[in-house]
Design a protein around this ligand. Sequence first.
Ligand code: Q46
Ligand code: ZN
Ligand code: ZN
Length: 322
Amino acid sequence: MVAVGSKCRVCKAPAVIDLPRHNAHFCPEHFLELCRRQVVKAIDKFDMLSKDDRILVAVSGGKDSLAVWDLLVDLGYQADGLYIGLGIGDYSETSAEYARAFAVERGLHLVEVKLREDYGYDVPTAAKATKRVPCSACGISKRHLFDKAAIDGGYTVLVTGHNLDDEAAVLFGNTLRWDVEYLARQLPVLPARNGFPKKVKPLIRLTEREMAAWCIVRGIDYVVDECPMAEGNKHLAYKAALNAIEQESPGSKAAFYLNFLDNMAPLLAGRSAAATDGLNACSSCGSPTTGDMCAFCRLGEKASAHEPVPVEVLLGKRRGRR
Ligand code: Q46
Ligand code: ZN
Ligand code: ZN
């Protein structure tokens, strides 16, 4: 991670990580301090959280969500975790174990929702039953269950572990299409409104690599494998493109996203306001929706009526189609 003999910018002790975009190396202690500072800066600038908030952190068992949970608790916030069992074969089993172990070791509370047990379907089956790409079926389920768990549990804010790489990749995709509606909504804070909880992303100033380093230095075990259904996800290609640019020109990724927030997002304010106005209550679950029944209930209806599809079968079919 760092050249032999490199010294920490702050204390001159041996460095463990180099951060080209900061043009500096850091020892473990000062690296952690930098991460905390970046999170505090994001929280303060966008008025994300207060110490009175009851926070629910959506955790997947991966590095980003466990790191953000750890960071918030470390900074003195009251935060519980939420794990959603998506039923993606061994990947889901393993990631649940990491999320549970993290909570148990630190005496934190983890709320668990299991798609198959609680709603009668899983993501591979939903993908097959609705002919959606898995990430689309997964996204509809996760978004709904995050909102529901936050509202039902009386939490004031829902936190997700989206980092700078994630947000820059989404911005890249939205910009390639000049999708103004999505660009207008791509904010690190969405206020509570019309039955949706407030949602915030405190890791927007930190990269994937930095979050992996945070976990290593803090002794956090996380699921390293990617979700097997991520294959073909366009965001991976956008991330690779941005990483190639970052390699040539350190700091470009942060400038691309953070300057968008400073300079472009204010110009787009108002373009997305209509999106959550005039919503109805879903005829099945009561959640806010534009139609009669929400996307989650429509998906659940089809998926729960379908015979279970194991992830290997779905992946085999998708690969075979290419
Ligand atoms: S879990 Fe779900 Fe991700 Fe897997 S199916 Fe796609 S969206 S890749 S964060
Ligand atoms: Zn140091
Ligand atoms: Zn519904």
